[in-house]
Design a binder for this molecule. Structure first.
Ligand SMILES: [Zn+2]
Length: 473
């Protein structure tokens, strides 16, 4: 044990025991959490939500499902089924891209070809469509800016698409389906189906079956898109089988506008986004009278903006909903949560190591390794500090234990406990059998009796008196 080799063997054994203690710790923590959670269930308080009903009037839906007007009187009228359109907020530039987000499978096209959009992963990147034969698994068709090709399009022929659009899943934004009704029972047949692509040059509609490429909207600051029907009441009419003619409308959100174009790229409507809403996701409710209702949700205070065709805010309401966003948690659950967040891994070295290996766990959209690392450490400071303080206390115990037993390599074991915390201390305490400590007859101190001399005073222990029953071999 006094040799360097012996120390390394002991440290290895202690590390394995510490890892085992870590697994037991996680399992015990999970089980305790379930037990506490089951014994003290969380309770939810009132939870009202906002509904948009006929003519774009807002209504409050109470926790029991009743509709109320803004004065909390029962609402008379039927709720409107208006499919909600979400126009997502601008995205920050992102330089990190997973390899799998560079290839987007498309679920349209013919039965014999499986289509993909493939991106080169560059910041100002490019991409192209490729169709694989499902029998031979070979790429047989490509589509670039100039349409169908049998060879991979050159970079100039590919669609310019930023890596941010691609990695946020906003490049291939969906499909545009044109259908016409057949008969009176609401059955409809598909005329064509187009793949929509948000490129850095604008919105492109690609007919994968025919290999044609058509710009629906040209511009460089496309933020997000949504597909709806030209008729704002189409969703409601479809629900009641009264939709006669459906024609798609594609909403293109730019940094400051929402532009509606039809499937031929003709502009149908245009709204300027009020400056206070330009950084948010927009829930875009098109109303029958040409106005648009945009709600903005805050935890307890919702704001509603009505925008008219001239892009003026014609009405602005605040609706205070009775919502308890935080569930009521009994104190054992709160203590358990706090303990779980702080001591999920009582080993500062392991926490630092796992964050250093993959800092994006807690901050998924961090830019750059070191910036993300800093953010992750800032988020975990509480757990790190608590476990480091615990480590220091245990390292002092370790130091005293080494001293009491008169053992070498104290600095190595103290460092081990400092790095691996409680788990390291468990590893240290369990990696060997500790000797019995008895009073030294010479100096009267408690000393380990696994050697022939006292480590404190250096004198030999007296040999035990013979009792006549010893066996000599
Ligand atoms: Zn002694």
């Amino acid at each position: 044990m006094t040799t360097r080799r012996g120390l390394i063997q002991s440290l290895l054994l202690a590390t394995i025991l510490a890892a085992g203690a870590g697994i037991a710790w996680i399992a015990a923590g999970g089980i305790s959490y379930w037990v506490v959670d089951a014994l003290f269930p969380e309770r939810y308080e009132t939870r009202e939500s906002l509904d948009i009903i006929d003519n774009g009037e807002p209504a409050i839906r109470s926790s029991d499902g009743a509709l109320l007007d803004l004065n909390r009187k029962p609402f008379l009228g039927s709720p409107l089924y208006n499919s909600t359109l979400l126009l997502q907020a601008p995205i920050p530039p992102d330089i990190r891209m997973d390899w799998w987000s560079r290839c987007k499978p498309l679920n349209i096209g013919s039965k014999s070809l499986a289509w993909f959009f493939v991106h080169d992963g560059a910041i100002a990147g490019h991409g192209y469509f490729v169709g694989y034969n499902v029998e031979t698994n070979l790429p047989v068709q490509y589509i670039g800016r100039n349409g169908l090709r049998t060879q991979k399009p050159s970079r100039e022929e590919q669609f310019p698409v930023s890596d941010a659009k691609m990695s946020y899943g906003r490049a291939c934004v969906g499909t545009l389906i044109d259908s016409r009704p057949v008969g009176n029972n609401g059955h409809r047949v598909w005329e064509w189906e187009l793949q929509l692509l948000s490129s850095d040059e604008g919105l492109v509609a690609i007919d994968l079956a025919r290999g044609t490429v058509k710009f629906l909207w040209k511009g460089s600051d496309l933020v997000s898109t949504a597909v709806t029907d030209k008729d704002p009441m189409a969703a409601e009419k479809e629900l009641h089988h009264t939709l006669k003619q459906s024609s798609p409308l594609i909403l293109v959100r730019t940094s400051d506008q929402v532009i509606g174009v039809d499937s031929d790229g003709r502009e149908q409507e245009r709204y300027i986004i009020p400056p206070e809403l330009r950084n948010d996701d927009l829930e875009w409710h098109r109303l029958a009278d040409g106005r648009v209702l945009v709600p903005r949700y805050w935890p307890n205070n919702n704001e509603l903006f009505w925008i008219d065709a001239t892009s003026k805010i014609v009405r602005h309401e605040q609706v205070n909903l009775r919502v308890t966003t935080e569930a009521y948690r009994p104190w054992p659950v709160r203590i358990m949560r706090f303990a779980g967040e702080t001591f999920y891994m009582p080993s500062p070295g392991t926490i630092v190591g796992s964050i250093a290996c993959y800092p994006w766990n807690d901050v998924p959209n961090g830019v750059g390794y070191f910036a993300t690392l800093w953010k992750a450490f800032c988020k975990e400071w509480q757990a790190l500090l608590a476990n480091f303080v615990l480590s220091v206390i245990l390292a002092i115990f370790c130091f005293r234990h080494q001293r009491k037993n008169g053992l070498p390599w104290t600095w190595a074991w103290v460092t081990f406990t400092l790095i691996f915390g409680l788990l390291g201390f468990v590893g240290y305490m369990t990696h060997r059998v500790w000797p019995v400590r008895l009073l030294c007859p010479h100096c009267n101190r408690q000393v380990p009796r696994d050697r022939s001399a006292c480590f404190a005073c250096g004198r030999e222990f007296p040999t035990p008196e013979t009792k006549g029953i010893e066996v000599f071999a």
